[in-house]
Design a protein around this ligand. Structure first.
Ligand code: NAD
Length: 252
């Protein structure tokens, strides 16, 4: 099995539609022991979701915008880690769905902190428990070289997230810790459904992706996360793997 004997922290399990839920399930099926993180108001949803996993994992409290939670993470973890999965995104309503020109900095700052800076914050918080040779894998929506409709400040945050992953790869490389992203096509999760106009992506995607695209199937993205957590990408870091049916490679 791909993750035999590995121990992984999976953030971002909200319900069984979360990309992180598919990651958690596949990680367990591939031999990993996992711990899940959640926080405050959504903790109960996470608790309900993880009961349906093959083995119910421990849940640790982590709000990535809370300094006390970040400082306490290493102590709260039940074991040392071989991998950390970042599946966290949030932007206030003003930052999404149009109104790019009007979103106030206070809201944009929240989007940047929770959706971009948090990759660094999470990695550093977990670092005391992360073994040399481990892996950090994040979930992305490709914003390297394009502006999307309705994605607005979340797109700007994702561009910062992508850059953060590359700088983290520089910093953690000397410890043989790899940092990579999976750039998924649109998936109908709670985060996506909260973006007004997100349906636009869904229809465009299934038309243009050479392999086709199922907006309800989180497994392809999760499989790529598992592969990047495994020992089968030993010399890959600072990379983004597209799991988008091939959409990114096609012009029109
Ligand atoms: P989701 O709503 O299931 O997950 C988002 C998670 O972020 C939730 O578990 C939520 O609890 C967590 N979160 C929000 N604020 C947080 C905070 N302050 N501290 C800790 N956790 C916090 O949706 P998802 O689509 O599975 O999102 C997971 C990741 O995948 C996100 O980074 C998202 O941008 C990315 N992604 C999603 C899509 C898509 O179309 N759904 C496509 C590409 C990438």
């Amino acid at each position: 099995m791909l993750l035999d004997g590995k121990r992984i922290l999976v953030t971002g399990v909200l319900n069984d539609q979360s990309i992180a839920y598919a990651v958690a399930r596949l990680a367990q099926e591939q031999g990993a022991e996992i711990v899940v993180s959640s926080f405050g108001r959504v903790m109960n949803l996470t608790r309900r979701a993880v009961r349906r996993l093959p083995t119910e994992p421990e849940i640790v409290q982590l709000d990535v915008s809370d300094t006390d939670d970040l400082n306490a993470l290493a102590e709260r973890l039940p074991f040392d880690l071989d991998g950390v999965v970042h599946a966290i995104g949030f932007a206030p309503p003003s930052c999404l769905g149009g109104g790019f020109l009007d979103a106030p900095w206070e809201d944009v700052a929240i989007a940047m902190q929770v959706s971009a800076y948090s990759l660094k914050a999470l990695a550093v918080a977990a670092l005391p428990r992360l073994r040399d040779g481990g892996a950090v894998v994040g979930l992305d929506f490709d914003n390297q070289s394009q502006a999307w409709p309705v994605y607005d400040w979340m797109g700007v945050a994702k561009a910062a997230f992508e850059s953060t992953a590359r700088y983290l790869a520089r910093e953690l490389g000397p410890r043989q810790i790899r940092v990579n992203l999976v750039s998924a096509g649109p998936l109908r999760t709670l985060a996506a459904r909260s973006i007004p106009g997100f349906e636009h992506f869904e229809s465009v995607w299934s038309e243009r992706a050479p392999l086709g695209w199922d907006i309800r199937d989180t497994e392809p993205a999760a499989k790529a996360v598992i592969a990047l957590l495994s020992d089968w990408f030993p010399a890959t870091t600072g990379e983004m793997v597209h799991v988008d049916g091939g959409f990114h490679a096609i012009g029109a």
